[in-house]
Design a protein around this ligand. Structure first.
Ligand code: HT7
Ligand code: ZN
Length: 876
């Protein structure tokens, strides 16, 4: 396949200032007439051919300035249209008519149908599946869209921008015209046509303009969009307050569809969502679903400025809009909920998804320099690490200068297709600082490591930190340059108070942040009378790993006293991880693992500490996941031994703290009416975490069954079902609860996804057979991405003992299924296939079996570019 390289970027010879589209919609043969105003750029030769992108298109008609183009004057293939000798005039009009079949479009890119609703997905390169175009983000065009459809089939006709006109066409047909005054790249084009219900509201902007808001859902489900609407209005207000950004059209519409490749899409004025991230009430959605809806509604809305008004010059710059918009949605959620809890959750996600990517064969810089298939670069590195890089800019510059830089970005680049260099420059200009070393965070892959040791010299009253940075090699980047790492820290003394110091030498230290720029720093603090415990990477100021020589006493002290809530959580989490790794080694050595009593006691005292919010306590008590432990062990992974270690620690904590946990569990029972707010969700999270521990105690299955039966919301019901299915697999209580859930929710696909997920993540070798059987369940479909991700995705990425079954059966089933999904939807199959990216860290026997499975995918006939790219890089 072709490799696209950043250094090959050139502006196109032509521009398309205006795009007029007419769709005559029909499931198997939709006619698309595109009238494009084409403009040759200044200085370009008149003989320069015009080469337009296509993807599987059928050309029906082509005219230039109203005249038919002769076949000899063009080259037309399904994937490209070349006008060999365009008119001499600088501006001309090109009419292209194509025919597409939305009903048969299972790849869900371009124009497709989801539950009889016509909809589109054009990012990254889906527009070329609708018409021939310069389908690249630096071609900005003003769109006018006319849709014609049978009124019965599609009473609702939506596109980007503002509605202009609508009317009847006779014979049961009608039409609507929409106009978007803001020039936009083709990836932001959208159309929706169908029969949908509407939840309506409005928002008055800072400058007093009224915006009509609409959320469109399957008829009858309008009330389930209430939370999403509330989140939208809060997002609009927040962006005005936090970033001075106001909405710019008269209408803002969101449409929920049930077949969608990703979470949602920020099309200008017409966001299209996976319905999983819109529909919610207490009966159908968990607290995690509510939090996701809030975050994703905000994320897509925030793209209106960071992505749409300022877009990307090319797809190498994807992090320009994605990393920045993730940072913005994180800040929004932190302001709406608990900042500390949000930060811990973000870091857990980053470590679970981005660290393995950065440390494995699919590693790439936040701004990649090469790709074969752009769809495979919507990654945790671009999104989550991209967000961390923006956060570090704020840490380095301070909140006020950061905001000044953002203001300058919006002022300088509104209407542009910009680059990461443009983004960095606004912060250099706003601060007067040189960020060239910092910019390596965008250009260099890999997770930096800091090795840190400390000494205290009481006689000299000196406290010294020795810090060494290293960046491990990653594919095609064997030599790394030194990074600028902002490391927030605290020196903590008796009672948790900060230990004062009079001066520092060896590195620049500003506002509690050590700026590490060299390979080695010896940072000396003077005037330090007592030996402090050192709290490092506070708030997770830099996305790095730490190798710290830290006394266990200090770690326990920090877990009780660190004033930085994130670092306090981190200290306890590190203690748990260290204990789990020791237990893993003991189990491999044939021993019974033993745990330090003070660790077990600390778990009990955190659970009962009323000064800590319940959500925080729940996060602290949630043991590191099996994959987290595997990542920290690094090599020669035996998932069964990790599972056994984790179970042993859960049992030890639950047994020693049984009375405290039981009392707390009872006291947390919901007494008030349901609310999805963060505080109520936090209480449910803590209670459900305690249930998990208590379920391992005598009477645990009955307790969980009671919890399941008395649940008044989906959070508690799903949590109890998971506890029964995972901890009491095959018990009468588990069997009965699974059956009851299926009976109650069998006809609701989004709720059945939870049922699939819970069963796909049951630990143990038998689960591969359960998952195979569930592929034949009437609620399952290989064609629906949500179903595939719930069953196959959960099994392969969240079931360590099931997927990595020692005989390789999990891998074989997975390989076959990936190929089956690929026939319909290559993008979803390619993402699924990344589950094997860490295969080299497995123990040798599993490693060999995983490799065979990967080779069997690689050897399949007619592999899509998407899947080939992932599998070949994984094997390289
Ligand atoms: N910008 C959106 C990306 C997206 C996408 C990409 C490839 C294929 C399908 C897709 N659906 C949405 C989502 C976002 O980050 O906001
Ligand atoms: Zn995004």
């Amino acid at each position: 396949g072709q490799v696209f390289k950043l250094e090959d970027y050139r502006p196109n010879d032509y521009l398309i200032p205006q795009t007029d589209l007419t769709f005559r919609l029909s499931p198997d043969a939709t006619r698309v007439t595109a009238v494009l105003t084409i403009e040759r750029r200044d200085g370009v030769s008149v003989s320069a051919p015009l080469v337009l992108d296509g993807d599987g298109l059928t050309l029906k008609r082509i005219e230039i300035d109203g005249k038919k183009v002769k076949p000899a004057d063009l080259l037309a293939t399904p994937d490209q249209l070349t006008i060999l000798e365009p008119p001499v005039a600088r501006r001309f009009q090109l009419l292209i008519e194509t025919e597409v079949a939305p009903a048969g479009n299972e790849a869900l890119m371009g124009l497709y149908r989801s539950s009889h609703v016509y909809c589109t997905q054009c990012e990254a390169e889906g527009f070329r599946r609708i018409t021939y175009f310069l389908d690249r983000p630096d071609i900005l065009s003003v769109y006018t869209v006319r849709m014609e459809a049978m009124r019965d089939e599609a009473p609702l006709l939506l596109s980007n921008g503002n509605p202009l006109e609508k009317g009847d066409l006779g014979d049961g047909w009608h039409y609507a015209v929409w106009h978007d005054p803001f020039p936009k790249p083709s990836y932001l084009f959208a159309l929706v046509a169908g029969n949908l219900g509407r939840l309506a509201d409005s928002f008055v902007t800072l400058s007093g303009r009224t915006v009509e808001l609409g959320i469109y859902v399957e008829p009858g489900k309008e009330t389930l969009a209430g939370y999403a609407m509330d989140a939208l209005k809060r997002s609009m207000k927040w962006d005005e307050e936090a970033f001075g950004r106001e909405y710019d059209l008269d209408v803002f519409n969101i449409v929920a569809v049930s077949d969608f490749n990703m979470g949602a899409m920020e099309n200008k004025g017409l966001n299209i969502f996976n319905d999983k991230y819109v529909l919610a009430d207490r009966e159908t959605a968990t607290d995690a679903d509510f939090a996701n809806i809030e975050a994703i509604i905000a994320h897509e809305y925030f793209h209106n400025w960071t992505g749409n008004r300022i877009t990307c010059r090319d797809w190498f710059q994807l992090c320009l809009k994605e990393g920045l918009t993730v940072f913005r949605d994180h800040e929004f959620s932190a302001d709406q909920r608990s900042r500390a809890v949000k930060r811990i959750a973000e870091v857990r996600t980053l470590r679970a998804h981005q660290f393995p990517e950065d440390q494995g064969p699919l590693a790439h810089p936040v701004r990649p320099r090469r790709y074969r298939e752009i769809n495979n670069f919507y990654t945790a590195t671009v999104y989550e690490k991209g967000s961390e890089v923006v956060r570090m800019i704020r840490t380095i510059l301070g909140a006020d200068v950061f905001r000044a830089g953002m203001d300058l970005y919006f002022e300088r680049h509104d209407g542009d297709a910009a680059t990461i260099e443009d983004f960095i420059k606004v912060f250099e200009d706003a601060s007067g600082r040189d960020l060239s070393q910092f910019a390596l965070w965008y250009h260099q892959a890999g997770t930096p490591n800091l090795t840190i040791s400390s000494t205290h010299n009481p006689a000299a009253q000196e406290f010294t930190l020795e810090i060494e940075q290293s960046v491990p090699p990653t594919p095609s980047e064997s030599r790394k340059r030194l990074m600028h790492i902002p490391l927030a820290f605290g020196l903590i003394g008796a009672g948790g108070k900060p230990v004062p110091y009079s001066s520092v030498e060896g590195a620049s230290v500003e506002d509690g942040v050590i700026h590490i720029r060299k390979r080695r720093h010896m940072v000396r603090f003077s005037g330090v009378t007592e030996r402090p415990a050192v709290s490092l990477n506070r708030g997770f100021s830099a996305p790095v790993t730490l190798s710290v020589e830290q006394k266990a006493d200090d770690q326990f002290f920090l877990a009780r006293h660190d004033g930085d809530a994130f670092s306090r959580w981190q200290a306890f989490n590190t203690l748990l991880t260290d204990a789990l790794i020791s237990a893993f080694r003991e189990i491999l050595g044939g021993k019974q693992p033993a745990f330090a009593p003070r660790l077990i006691e600390l778990a009990g005292s955190i659970a009962g500490d009323e000064t800590l919010e319940p959500a925080y306590r729940a996060l602290a008590l949630a043991l590191p996941g099996e994959a987290d432990i595997a990542r920290d062990i690094g090599r020669n992974i035996d998932p069964d031994a990790i599972y056994a270690a984790r179970e042993a620690l859960a049992l030890a904590i639950g047994t020693a703290n049984r009375d405290v946990f039981s009392g707390l569990y009872l006291s947390l029972a919901d007494r008030e009416a349901f609310s999805p707010d963060a505080a109520s969700a936090g209480r449910r999270a803590l209670r459900n975490t305690l249930l998990d521990y208590l379920s391992l105690q005598p009477g645990g299955a009955e307790l969980a069954a009671g919890h399941f039966q008395s649940a008044t919301n989906m959070t508690d019901r799903a949590a109890a079902l998971a506890v029964l299915a995972h901890r009491h697999h095959g018990s009468p209580e588990a069997v009965e609860a699974l059956a009851a859930f299926e009976t109650t929710y069998g006809s609701d696909p989004l709720i059945m996804d939870k049922w699939f997920q819970i069963q796909a993540s049951v630990p143990g070798p038998q689960t591969v057979d359960t998952v195979k059987a569930l592929t034949n369940h009437p609620a399952f479909s290989m064609g629906n991405p949500n179903r595939v991700r719930s069953l196959i995705g959960t099994f392969s990425s969240a079931n360590q003992t099931g997927f990595h079954r020692a005989d390789g059966e999990g891998y074989w089933f997975f390989a076959q299924t990936v190929l089956e999904v690929e026939k319909r939807n290559p993008q979803v199959a390619a993402r699924l296939a990344t589950a094997l990216r860490s295969w080299r860290s497995l123990e040798p026997l599993r490693q060999a079996k995983a490799r065979e499975a990967l080779l069997s995918i690689a050897g399949a006939e007619n592999l899509s570019a998407d899947l080939r790219d992932i599998v070949e890089r994984t094997l390289a």
